[in-house]
Design a binder for this molecule. Structure first.
Ligand code: PRP
Length: 183
């Protein structure tokens, strides 16, 4: 779209197209918030955002969840393929709250290979939560390594390089209010 190409936030970088507009995202995030509200009638709910990508999605999402909840974040270290088989992931920031007995909702901006989520689910399950579910804004459906699909999903995303609304390219473009596909 021409509006994206003219956007000064892109510093001249060409985008192929806007995949989800600000309005489309807002509408879908509100629906997800309603779904999540309905899905957790009781118990302690801890919303865990995986940094950095989820920070905008999470902050919009929780304002549409109409029940008590707490928020914390995860920062996971990224390792090579050798870590996949061992099933370990190291947390650079670990939630301060106890997860035991709580509903844990892990919030992710995008599921690509599924590697990040697979490793984190393994780690979080060991802490005996009451339940453990994923809320992802985008899912490319190329994930071969993810056995537990997101219970709450915003959009089935095209297999393109997406930026904006938290998603980056070399740490740029996270602040775009829409999601675009880079050239
Ligand atoms: C991106 C994205 C997801 C992950 C998805 O994070 O935010 O967390 O990759 O890819 P996967 O399904 O193949 O594991 P990244 O490691 O780029 O860090 P960021 O969240 O700080 O951008």
């Amino acid at each position: 779209m021409n509006t994206a190409i003219a956007d000064p936030r892109l510093s001249g970088r060409a985008v192929r197209r806007i995949v989800y507009t600000e309005q489309e995202i807002a509408q879908r995030v509100a629906e997800l918030g309603e779904d999540i509200t309905q899905a957790y009638p009781d118990g302690d709910l801890l919303v865990l955002g995986l940094l950095k990508g989820s920070f905008i999605f999470l902050s919009d999402l929780v304002r549409h969840i109409r029940r008590p909840l707490q928020i914390d974040f995860l920062v996971a270290a990224s390792y090579g393929d050798a870590m996949i088989s061992s099933g370990h992931v190291r947390l650079l920031y670990d939630p301060e709250t106890d997860l035991e007995g709580k509903h844990i909702l892990l919030v992710e901006d995008i599921v690509d290979t599924g590697r990040t989520l697979s490793l984190l689910l393994h780690l979080l399950r060991a802490r005996n939560p009451r339940s453990l579910e994923i809320c992802a804004l985008l899912h490319k459906h190329v994930a071969s390594q993810l056995r537990q699909p997101p219970r709450f999903l915003g959009f089935d995303a095209p297999n393109e390089f997406l930026v904006g609304y938290g998603l980056d390219h070399a740490e740029n473009f996270r602040h775009l209010p829409y999601i675009a596909s880079l050239q």
